[in-house]
Design a protein around this ligand. Structure first.
Ligand code: SAH
Ligand code: SF4
Ligand code: F3S
Length: 438
């Protein structure tokens, strides 16, 4: 049997695309390789959101060259956002690559593979969106996790935040038809999935382009499918998160008490320069509504530090928001200019060392807040979906998206159980089973 190896960089969209590519390869008779050295097909699914991921990909190419030297028959393909943006550049830098394809051509993998096997360069990077891109949706995913599954509900992004490459690599917003989404959820549930994770770059914009359905209606429809025990969604945009959605989150029992709501910056001046479409006050009002309707909600966010024009006072506004909201988790990054975006034309105002210090201080502050949030769980009973067994322990997730490690003699994989939290760590919790299950 032929073997494949897929290396994935980037966000949930890329992870799901890789799972679909694995599904395509499985349908062609391939099986997964343990590592890239024994693979007949190697795919690198790239991200371009900051400079670091770009560099990671380019250094990975060096590794692949070694593999190509050892095993000249291995087919190496590069896809994803960096391929969409700079596929031809990649080919120039690494001419030994056999396949390069963009973010809306993934469903053509079988034909591309045939071409590459025939000894040709298989390249498909189109600027427009492939009219048949939803062909990809028909393939089953191959997932590491049996009990939770991503379901793409919207592709692309219309927001055009001034720093962001995504609208250029993923194109305009396209919502999937609700019937097709529900069909995929149905299949997943029949396959044993308990938790459905709806994904998109901007899920709260779902349905805008279709005109006849709203995001919160999709939430109700997914919840109505028998066997859906938990629902999550990523990423919501603060601008589109309306009260109807927040009410639906509170009302639908399966929707988990957790939301990732990127703020990016606390200062109104910077938010405006980023073209985020909200002020700090408007953002905090949404947080207030979330906490009002869903009192035990856990929250996370993304922050960019050092955007052009950001002063120390602007930065302190971000710190103020972190202290006020008390997020469970924060993903903070140094601003990275992306070619072709409006912000790349703006003048960088702070020294890189200063920005690094701001970022460090912010991360340290957040570490303490996250730990404090975790400690609130001690001695409490929480519902956990058991997802995997690792190093003799089971690992599950609370509805609020906290990892919990615990021991049991019984195989509890895929079960939803109650655990008593015995200890809080900075990044995870430890739990104990109720007597009757031990
Ligand atoms: N659609 C999502 C996130 C997309 S990218 C949203 O709107 O929130 C994921 C995160 O990467 C962003 O939230 C942002 O914090 C970060 N990011 C995007 N472009 C960046 C850039 N040029 N420099 C630094 N961080 C960036
Ligand atoms: Fe990028 Fe903004 Fe779209 Fe998110 S909403 S993907 S940050 S342009
Ligand atoms: Fe990266 Fe593309 Fe996602 S740029 S963050 S993989 S949409």
């Amino acid at each position: 049997m032929k073997k494949y190896y897929i290396r994935t960089f980037g966000c949930q969209m890329n992870v799901n695309d890789s799972q679909k590519m694995a599904g395509i390869l499985k349908s062609l008779g391939y099986e997964p390789a343990r590592d890239w050295e024994e693979a007949d097909v190697i795919l690198v699914n790239t991200c371009s959101v900051r400079e670091k991921p770009d560099q990671k990909v380019l250094s990975a190419l060096g590794e692949f060259k070694k593999i190509k030297n050892k095993n000249p028959d291995a087919i190496i393909g590069v896809c994803g956002c960096l391929a969409q943006r700079a596929g031809y550049e990649i080919l120039q830098k690494a001419p030994f690559i056999d396949m390069v394809f963009g973010t809306t051509n993934i469903h053509h993998l079988p034909q591309l593979l045939k071409e590459a096997e025939a000894g040709n360069k298989a390249v498909e990077i189109i600027e427009d969106i492939d009219a048949n891109e939803t062909e990809l949706d028909k393939y089953p995913t191959v997932r590491d996790n049996k009990y939770t599954a991503y379901v793409t509900i919207i592709r692309g992004c219309d927001k055009k935040c001034t720093y962001c490459i995504v609208p250029y690599t993923r194109g305009k917003e396209r919502s999937r038809r609700i019937g097709e989404i529900l069909q995929e959820v149905q299949w997943l549930v029949e396959d044993g999935v308990k938790e459905i994770h709806l994904i998109g770059q901007n899920v709260t914009a779902y349905g805008k382009d279709l005109g006849d359905v709203k995001f919160y209606e999709l939430l109700y429809a997914v919840a109505n499918i028998d066997g859906v025990e938990r629902i999550r969604f990523t990423t919501g945009h603060p601008r589109d998160l309306d009260e109807d959605t927040i009410k639906a989150m509170a009302e639908i029992p399966q929707v988990c008490e957790y939301l990732h709501l990127p703020i990016q910056a606390g200062s109104d001046k910077i938010l405006k320069a980023m073209d985020r479409g909200y002020t700090q006050k408007e953002y905090l009002h949404k947080i207030e509504l979330l906490k009002k309707y869903i009192p035990n909600i856990a929250l996370s966010t993304d922050i960019i530090v050092g955007f052009p024009g950001e002063t120390y006072e602007d930065y302190l506004e971000t710190i103020k928001v972190l202290k006020e909201v008390e997020y469970d988790q924060v993903f903070a990054f140094k601003y990275s200019p992306r070619p072709g975006t409006p912000a790349a034309e703006m003048r960088m105002t702070e020294k890189p060392e200063t920005v690094s210090k701001w970022l460090n201080d912010l991360i340290n502050l957040q570490k303490d807040i996250s730990f404090k949030k975790n400690r609130e769980y001690e001695n409490k009973i929480v519902e956990v979906l058991v997802e995997e067994e690792k190093d003799g322990k089971f690992v599950g997730r609370t509805r609020t998206n906290k990892l919990v490690h615990f021991e049991s003699r019984h195989n509890l994989l895929g079960e939803i159980i109650n655990l008593k939290i015995s200890k809080a760590n900075r990044f995870s919790l430890e739990g104990e089973l109720a007597e009757e299950l031990v």
